[in-house]
Design a protein around this ligand. Sequence first.
Ligand code: M6R
Length: 610
Amino acid sequence: MCGIIGYIGKREAAPLLLEGLKRLEYRGYDSAGMALVHQGKLTAFRSEGKLSKLENKIGAKTPQGTIGIGHTRWATHGKPSEKNAHPHISKRVAIVHNGIIENYLELKKLLPHKGRELKSETDSEIVCHLMDAYVAKEENFLLALDQVLKCLEGTYALVIMDLKDPKHLYVAKKASPIVIGFGKHECFVASDIPAFLAHTNQITFLENDEIAVLSEESVDFYSKELKKIEKPIKEIAWTADMAEKGGYKHFMLKEIMEQPTAIRDTLLGRINKNKNQIHFPEIEKIFKGRFPNFNRFYMVACGTSWHAALAGRYYMEAIAKIPVSVDTASEFRYREPFIDKKTLLLVISQSGETADTLACVAMAREHGAKVISICNVIDSSIPRLSHATLYTNAGPEIGVASTKAFTTQLAVLLMLALSFGARKKSIDQRYLKKAIDGLSKLPRVMENLLKEKEKILKIAQKFVNSRDFYFIARGIHFPIALEGALKLKEISYVHAEGYAAGEMKHGPIALLEHNTPVVALAPKDRVCEKMISNIQEVKARGASVFIVASEGDKRFEKQNDEVFYVPDSLWYLTPLLISLPLQLLAYFVADLRGAEVDQPRNLAKSVTVE
Ligand code: M6R
């Protein structure tokens, strides 16, 4: 959950580290720090709070050095404070760490105490002292690192600097993500690609138990047994601009507005109008033109991605006629689900690094299941462990609140259900043609809808001071209501709940007071009449309703309610459209309340710890 960066090359490291940390701040932002070596001397800065505080501390006098490491923290062990901020330093060694060292209390007992008193409350600092103790015995830094790694239980991405040898940076990984960037006469290492994307798009992800030793000109990779290994370098198609705000006040707003392009890119190469086909070459090696006879089909994810999975179930059942069970990864992994060789697991993850989702993939593979993932970050841990990955092509998503990742996940799930349906002949060519036409027009429809964002701003202004929000819907829009509520609560800190509209009178309706906002999703579909009754029920209890309805539906006129219309579409496209006003509502409420939209408190973009 923390962001780490390292640089070695010919340029001054400090500005590059700060720039990298800025791009990684979405991973954690309760404290930050950096350390550099120049002419044998170590300079280190650490500060509680956001990166700007670290920058203020550094001031105008940027420290010198062409090798350095930096860290932005999301606290697990030890509260956010300067003393708990990274890098941790022990005599000859400086480290930054992402992950959790589970046996740190036991390791503490192993430490020769004199001169090595722990200064922080973190689990990470122990690694630094151990390294220094081993290197004092071992002299060879790589061998010392190997010894230390053997002692560690838990998860880590570590970047380590030997203050006696400013020509190398050491990197080790277990479970927490770490990627190396290859520049000209320089190398980068970071928790995520955007950290160095402005300088290189040549990358290699480290696998579990591997070690990398970086120097200006090259990187040496080692296996667990300390054998030198070759690893391919990949070129990633993302550009530096993609990781910039591009004139928007927040990444979240930029990413909301990017959805038409993100959807277009996600459809690209997959829908073929001429052939009336939806094609995922990535999964052909598993499906070989058919939908094989899986006995069980699970979809598993966390947070927003889980909401996409819940919506995906409606697609799979209604279009492909395939039964599927959906679970949150944190529950699935401990539920002893039935998994064997005839099981298909479909996992969804924007980052491809979410610890619980990754654990489900590993568990499924151990039992011989086939795993397909829907991910956004190319070559991240989940794709690397899956049999096949369908990428969402949304580009880097920096805002902690997931937006374009969600709608592109829906688009992939819909296309997948259509392609399964076509294989199983549960849908005919006419159905497919209509769907392909609808999907092709979707980006333009979204573009037009987003032009109406000022209408949502006005609605946000009306409700900005409300304490509680309820989001209600039926059918496939129920998961969209859950997502609308999650968006609002995570960035504005307003209490918000999503409910299946039919469930309101089984309890939650008791919570309604005069003017409590209820966001009701009521597009023209086969449950719309029922939604209208549910809207009347909440209005009768004093709720102030905001209805999202289909254009041309006259039933909501003259009701004195707030109504936002989305184009009347095919039922399976409406969830993507309805998501837009809900994302905008959350965004505007949060911004009007002065919340830190892109970096909400207590959260981090990738949850790489359990
Ligand atoms: O990277 P993932 O899609 O696996 O992340 C899952 C959740 O952590 C993520 O969707 C989270 O709920 C977002 N903050 C929601 O906006």
